[in-house]
Ligand binder design. Sequence first.
Ligand code: SAH
Ligand code: SF4
Length: 432
Amino acid sequence: MNVYDSSRISGMLKKEGYEETLKQADADIVLFNTCHIREKAAEKLFSDLGRAHLIQLEREEQGKSTIIGVAGCVVQAEDEQIIKRAPYVNFAVGPLMYHKIARILRDIEAKKIRESVVETDFPADSKFDFLPENKSQGACSYLAVQEGCNNFCTYCVVPYTRGAEYSRPVAEVIKEAERLVKTGTIELNLLGQNVNSYHGEDESGKERDFAYLIERVAKIDGLKRLRYTTSYPADVTDNLIACHRDIKILMPYLHLPIQSGSDKILKAMNRRHDSASYLKVIEKLRKANPDIGMSSDFIVGFPGETDEDFKATLDVVNEVKYIQAFSFKYSRRPGTPAAVMDNQVEEKVKKERLAILQDLLFDYQTKFNQSCIGKIMPVLLEQKGRHKGQLIGRTPYMQNLHVSTNDDNINKIVEVQVTEATTNSLSGKEIL
Ligand code: SAH
Ligand code: SF4
């Protein structure tokens, strides 16, 4: 979501006449887009800001001014505190206010405002109504269809930083998707904090579900691959499962976070699913498309998690055999109910459990990658590799694959036979 937001911000600024530079010393404006999901992500901002400040001071000695801005969820959570901690920050905008950045910059440059600006409202109007048209960033593009969350899992900041769930109208999504395809996108990833909780209005004002949206997007001429992320297990409907059977361009890969295999912990997390209902969804998905590969997020060391609870998580992993996964130590987030639960798990235990879980997950990931050896896969080539004549692309299962091929094949889908596999990537040879 942050990558998508950043590209929308940069699209808006380019339209205003700004140019992108990746060298901070050349930048008249430095903008950080931030994540607040875990403590580590949030802390990183302040060390990055410190470095940007040093460059700001160096440039000042050369007579150049630098505007420093911060966007995203850290702003929403910290609000004015950001300016207190880093007074050299010129402006800070929350994730629902980033459409204001162009205006704020103009005002700062025209010296209409001299004090630091902080914008953290949850506006009634959608920011998407105020952003310029979005163009393809390459062969793969993201498209946000839903934002915010009403689930209030007890560990999570998203409902507080991104606000209440909002679904963009169907027509608006289709228009953006068509424009992306026209400007070079062949793989589209529909985004939302809980993308499958989508309930946007169609052209006649009728509320539609996510399966309907997928069907509409899949019909766009020229679109070759479709994905969506992230899904909430309790909102996977039978209609959505049927999409995995019927829609050929829907990739056979699904990120469906369970967080924990223990029903006691899932309850304490305020998730609306238990491990049995989660496994049932996967069973149905596999019936609809036997080739589907599963991925998940896991949190270890949630307050009250015992060895037995942790074992239940390992049991789910052994049952599902994920082809990829993300796992994290529980991070205490200020303002969330779990942060003040009195049965916090020791850091040492969290660390041990994470290592055990990751070993197991990597094992399954490696096994899956190795099972691909000999197979012919369609690979969307996205960028140049480290070696001359080598391109890197993505398989339907999101695996990175290296292949020696003509540079002209960049942004195209080519057939590749897999010859080698490690935990993190595949290599193969092009089938001519
Ligand atoms: N809406 C999605 C997840 C969005 S947040 C869902 O419910 O599945 C992305 C991931 O960050 C979560 O799946 C969770 O695994 C992790 N996460 C969120 N808050 C966390 C916390 N306080 N500590 C550790 N991991 C966390
Ligand atoms: Fe956070 Fe996802 Fe739970 Fe919403 S459903 S509160 S985004 S973990």
